[in-house]
Design a protein. Structure first.
Length: 431
């Protein structure tokens, strides 16, 4: 019987995910070897702090003190990068590994969204794999689905809920009627958010994922132009208003091709209560793909955490173990496209607009006049006086209008003396 080939693996980064992966590979070694018809061995591991308690047993000859030495080890076949961040050690390691003709598996969305084009060229030139399923939506196998399962389809649009932390915060605020501040603090205590959750709540995390999904979906180079809004300005009143109007609020990412331009955006979005996305709560992620011939395709799953991320990492490792050299972005760099960037200001939306105003005669009349003068048609109005009765809230739902016209309307309103605070805008997803 022919002896199975052995792949030597190096894991760099032993936080929650790295430690979980290390344990999983060791416990499931025989099963994974049988499924992939090859053997593998965790030859080296390294991390920032050797003495940190991790609950795993590392052999003395496995530990490498300097992560940078791993790229020069001739007996390493696969480097798994779990350091994180687009710069510093992660960048140096991944570039170095690919240049030294080693396969790379990473969960680093920041690195891929920033340097993916450069890394792809090196991987293709050296005939090694760059795998990053774990960089987007954790346990949702969206990268492999686009590359392989949906290979027959021409994708025109991809959107969804791509961040578990922000989704937990918004759905928890809704279910428990809590403030944004209290909810994010609870998310940190429960481990659903980092101690500094800014990347999740300001939309940067979703933006990185959207850029990666865009280039895969549209066979293009990474497009850095993206409109980003986070959720930190969402408060209890917006949650209550959304429910009254038949909506839920979700932080969503979108990418689509329109008139041969790529439009990428991240922002809080009102979705109908009866829609599929409204039911995606907690730390779950969901991706919706529009393509031909499949039509609308939906994939849902855990968006983050050691178990979900490890599932994605094992999928990538297994792909390499099976011996197929694949282009990192599904097709050769020589055939990828450069699309012009579209602006969100040119798109059309129905919108939720909330105005906190001084409660006096003529305000609503003036507000509706400003909307009309800026070519924005009003569909519905809710006016609620506050307890002190000196101020009130005006909530307006617009018909589909050009985003640029809506922005001009808000700028005009912001200058009015009866406006108490900056007008608030949430776009509505009608799909």
């Amino acid at each position: 019987m022919k002896k199975k080939k052995i792949f030597n693996i190096a894991i760099v980064g032993l936080g929650n995910i790295g430690s979980y992966l290390y344990n999983f590979l060791n416990k499931n070694k025989n099963n994974l070897s049988d499924k992939n018809n090859v053997n593998f061995k965790i030859l080296y591991v390294t991390a920032k702090n050797k003495n940190k308690k991790r609950g795993i047993r590392i052999k003395k000859n496995q530990w490498i003190n300097n992560y940078a030495n791993i790229v020069n080890k001739k007996n390493v076949d696969i480097v798994i990068e779990l350091i994180g961040g687009a710069e510093g050690p992660a960048k140096k390691l991944v570039f170095g590994a690919l240049k030294n003709k080693k396969h790379v598996v990473t969960a680093n969305k920041a690195l891929i969204s920033k340097y993916g084009d450069q890394l792809s060229k090196i991987a293709e030139k050296n005939k090694v794999n760059l795998e990053y399923e774990a960089a987007v939506c954790g346990g949702v196998p969206i990268i492999r689905s686009i590359k392989e399962g949906l290979i027959a389809n021409k994708i025109s649009r991809i959107c969804g809920i791509f961040n578990g932390t922000s989704n937990y915060v918004l759905s928890s605020m809704d279910e428990n009627q809590t403030s944004f501040k209290d909810t994010i603090n609870k998310a940190i205590k429960l481990g659903y958010a980092e101690s500094n959750p800014s990347s999740d709540i300001n939309g940067d995390d979703v933006a990185s994922k959207v850029k990666i999904l865009s280039c895969l979906s549209f066979n293009s180079f990474i497009n850095k132009n993206i409109h980003i809004e986070g959720i930190k300005n969402i408060d209890e009143e917006d949650i209550i208003n959304a429910n009254k109007l038949g909506y839920k609020i979700k932080l969503m990412g979108f990418s689509e091709i329109l008139n041969n331009k790529i439009f990428q955006r991240v922002h809080p979005t009102l979705v109908k209560k009866v829609s599929y996305l409204a039911s995606v709560n907690g730390v779950l992620n969901a991706v919706i793909i529009d393509g031909k011939p499949i039509g609308k395709n939906i994939i849902q799953g855990e968006g983050a955490g050691p178990s979900a991320t490890t599932s994605a990492l094992i999928s990538d490792i297994s792909s390499i173990l099976r011996g197929n050299i694949k282009f990192p972005f599904a097709i050769s760099d020589s055939k990828r496209k450069n699309y012009l960037s579209g602006k969100i200001s040119d798109l059309f939306f129905s919108s939720y607009i909330r105005l906190n105003v001084k409660d006096k005669y003529g305000v609503l009349s003036d507000v509706t006049k400003i909307f009309s003068n800026n070519k924005v048609s009003i569909k519905r109005v809710l006016q609620s006086p506050y307890k002190n009765k000196k101020n009130s809230s005006i909530v307006i739902i617009t018909h589909r209008s050009k985003d640029n016209h809506i922005q001009n309307t808000l700028k005009k309103l912001a200058k009015k003396s009866y406006i108490i605070e900056k007008p608030k805008l949430l776009r509505i997803e009608n799909g």
